[in-house]
Design a protein around this ligand. Structure first.
Ligand SMILES: NC(=O)c1ccc[n+]([C@@H]2O[C@H](COP(=O)([O-])OP(=O)(O)OC[C@H]3O[C@@H](n4cnc5c(N)ncnc54)[C@H](O)[C@@H]3O)[C@@H](O)[C@H]2O)c1
Length: 313
């Protein structure tokens, strides 16, 4: 019997729960929100698709009732406020820090062994806050950002190559911010060959830039931050954990000397399995990529500094 809780049944949380159920990732998926009746309504709506879509996962919705989340294997935290047009992820810090910390403390009362997947922004800083304030081993605190950014990278690469996104491999590491993420063009492949065999340096630069502002582009179009890909990326991370798939996925994790960094959560490739982070994979970065990672980590560290200013740490 496997159970996943998604806290925050807004755009990202509800999409994540929907994908988890549709793909039968867990036997039970609980959605919890502070908005009276919203989780219950969304759970019932989704359950009414079960026969149409052919899934057997049970969805449960509740309003702030943490007892219903008891014994979850994985808890996904999406609660908080999303970005508005023109707003940076970092500006969200004051509000979301309070929400993420209290939510995580509450879920752990009922699911002391749960693996925590943080999605709320600014995600690297919220993951660091969870790491510092919950006292859990670092393999159980995972920030989701790289799975989404990598999926966007593969989308833009596939658009440039004129192929299906599933034919492309690519990863984005570093902080989950418009200026801090690092699309690893040098490691990206199409049909097993470096993408530089098929695309010019200028085109690859364009792809990397589109990836980096991918979230902001959608926020501009939608008036709020995107949810289909973020929700699906959250479910992708959860699936690798619950089904012990050992997939390599870039996630924001506590670094302890890896990539030359410590006392920070930042995006690097990790192997995700039943224990959460099974392993951190160290890529052989070249000098430019190393410098980009250092700059990215420095930017994340600056935002982390605000946690003390708002009294969250
Ligand atoms: N890491 C990523 O890749 C990524 C991608 C997209 C969005 N996000 C972030 O995810 C978060 C959610 O985005 P969204 O678009 O779903 O927002 P949303 O406003 O649609 O949903 C957020 C939900 O959280 C609920 N909530 C607020 N406080 C709560 C609490 N204390 N307990 C339980 N629920 C609570 C709200 O009622 C709301 O339903 C935002 O912080 C957003 O910036 C992250």
């Amino acid at each position: 019997m496997s159970k996943v809780t998604v806290v925050g049944a807004g755009n990202v949380g509800a999409t994540c729960a929907n994908v988890l159920a549709f793909n039968e990732v867990a036997d039970e998926v609980v959605m919890l929100d502070v908005k009276e009746g919203v989780s219950e309504g969304k759970a019932m709506d989704m359950m009414q698709t079960a026969q149409l879509l052919g899934f057997d996962t049970t969805l449960v919705g509740c309003t702030n009732d943490y007892a219903q989340t008891a014994d979850s294997d994985v808890v996904v935290i999406t609660s908080g406020i999303p970005r508005k047009p023109g707003m940076t992820r970092e500006e969200l810090i004051g509000v979301n820090a309070g929400i993420v910390k209290s939510v995580a403390q509450n879920v752990l009362k009922f699911s002391p062994n749960a693996i925590i997947v943080v999605i709320s922004n600014p995600m690297d800083t919220m993951t660091y806050l969870a790491l510092k304030s919950l006292g859990l081993p670092k393999n159980r605190i995972i920030g989701m950002g790289g799975a989404l950014d990598s999926s966007r990278f593969k989308y833009f690469l596939s658009q440039a190559l004129g192929c299906n996104a599933n034919e492309v491999e690519g990863m984005v590491i570093g902080g989950h911010g418009d200026t801090t993420m690092i699309p690893l063009t040098r490691f990206a492949t199409y049909k097993g060959l470096p993408v530089s065999n098929f695309l010019s340096a200028e085109k690859l630069e364009e792809v990397a830039k589109s990836t980096m502002v991918g979230g902001a582009t959608l926020t501009g179009l939608l008036g709020t931050s995107a949810w289909y890909a973020p929700g699906a990326a959250g479910a992708f991370v959860v699936e690798s954990i619950i089904h012990n798939q050992k997939k390599m996925v870039p996630c924001s994790v506590a670094l302890d000397g890896e990539y030359g960094q410590s006392d920070i959560c930042c995006g690097v490739p990790v192997i995700l399995g039943r224990n959460g982070i099974e392993e951190i994979v160290e890529l052989p970065l070249d000098a430019a990529e190393k410098a980009a990672f250092e700059a990215s980590a420095a930017a994340v560290r600056t935002v982390n500094g605000a946690l003390k200013e708002v009294g969250a740490l």
